[in-house]
Design a binder for this molecule. Structure first.
Ligand code: ATP
Ligand code: LTN
Length: 328
């Protein structure tokens, strides 16, 4: 049987090249090999306050971006999490099979709640909803950047715990982390990952950024006080990040990128990185404009919802019976 692959991109801000390289690009590479489920986890986004109109808009924009990036709207199942109520239903059952201790160890929770006086319960339990997203469709593989690895491991633990208590029910999913590009770094603070909700917009390159902004951001990316272009994430995170972006967008290895820039100065490196990013993103933005005008987003979402709902219903029904909910 064809293996299943599943992943989601939160509508919590404008997508960055980190999201593109760490997640979307992987989906494009894998979609021929696997049956692919792509969804917009809008229920995850409300773990922090959101403006309702902006959230509605961003859900559609993310789908448009997936399609503009080359993800096939016909062979993949693309849907919105909140349109399939079984995500929340399963999440509750899994919550009752998870422990406070394991959730307290999640580094994303620690980072997002750090320094906050009032911490929403949703922020704490969110990895269980993510486990439900994955287990509901019995996905074999979950492509993500490195930051989500711990959450996929939690999903594995929950699946194994449930299976050993009630018998084989869930597929134990495996994370697929790209060897290169799993952590594109913040341009100003290269010790951090690039994030769509970064405080300073100069930290991230957004997929919709105009050429001028892209060039300006890359030219002012933080590097180091050496002059040699070399890949060394620990000592030269800024330069290594630029090499990674270049390699991923030019479809070459890090070693090839290093050789290409062997005699280059930082200024030359930045200029060439800016050139490939501009080339990639302007083509993508043209396709995105077409996609958003075409009506394809809603057609895709309707088709996706109608395809995946019966799968979600079947799994949830199996789970509900196993734990004793409702009538037999
Ligand atoms: P937020 O700032 O709202 O937490 P984010 O930019 O970190 O958002 P997510 O929605 O959490 O993005 O991530 C979507 C996907 O993109 C995930 O698979 C995640 O691992 C991947 N991803 C996010 N940021 C990066 C990055 N800097 N490098 C590589 N992959 C990334
Ligand atoms: N938590 C992820 C988004 C997400 C996801 C998922 C990814 C929600 N559910 C299931 C893969 C599989 C994030 O913040 N990047």
């Amino acid at each position: 049987m064809t293996k299943r692959l599943l992943t989601g991109l939160q509508p919590s801000g404008e997508l960055t090249i980190g999201n593109y390289i760490g997640s979307i690009k992987q989906v494009v590479n894998y979609e021929k090999e696997y049956e692919t489920f792509l969804f917009v986890p809008d229920m995850h986004s409300i773990t922090v306050p959101q403006d309702p109109e902006t959230l509605h808009r961003r859900v559609r924009e993310i789908v448009g971006m997936y399609i503009a990036c080359g993800v096939s709207p016909t062979t993949n199942h693309i849907y919105i999490q909140s349109e399939i109520p079984e995500h929340a239903n399963l999440s509750w059952v899994l919550e009752c099979h998870s422990y406070m201790g394991e959730l307290s160890r999640m580094t994303q929770f620690k980072a997002k709640s750090d320094g906050k006086k009032e911490i929403g319960c949703g922020l704490f339990t969110y990895p269980i909803l993510m486990a439900a997203d994955i287990l509901l469709y019995k996905a074999d593989f979950v492509p993500t950047g490195i930051d989500q690895k711990q959450h996929v491991e939690l999903a594995r633990n929950i699946a194994q715990r449930f299976n050993s208590r009630y018998g084989e029910t869930f597929v134990v999913p495996e994370p697929l982390i790209p060897k290169v590009g799993a952590k594109i770094r913040d341009l100003l603070y290269p010790e951090k990952k690039m994030s769509k909700s970064a405080e300073n917009p100069k930290s991230s390159i957004f997929l919709t950024d105009p050429e001028k902004a892209i060039r300006k951001k890359i030219m002012s990316a933080v590097t180091d006080s050496e002059t040699i272009v070399r890949f060394d994430e620990e000592n030269k995170p800024g330069v290594s990040n630029l090499l990674t972006i270049y390699a991923c967008l030019s479809e070459i290895t890090i070693e090839e990128a290093e050789r290409h820039f062997a005699d280059a100065r930082y200024g030359d490196l930045k200029k060439e990185v800016a050139d490939v990013v501009v080339e990639k993103l302007t083509a993508l933005q043209d396709r995105y404009a077409e996609v958003m005008k075409s009506g394809i987003v809603d057609e895709t979402l309707d088709r996706g919802r109608d395809y995946v709902r019966p799968i979600a219903q079947e799994t949830y029904d199996q789970v509900r019976r196993l734990v004793g909910l409702g009538r037999v």
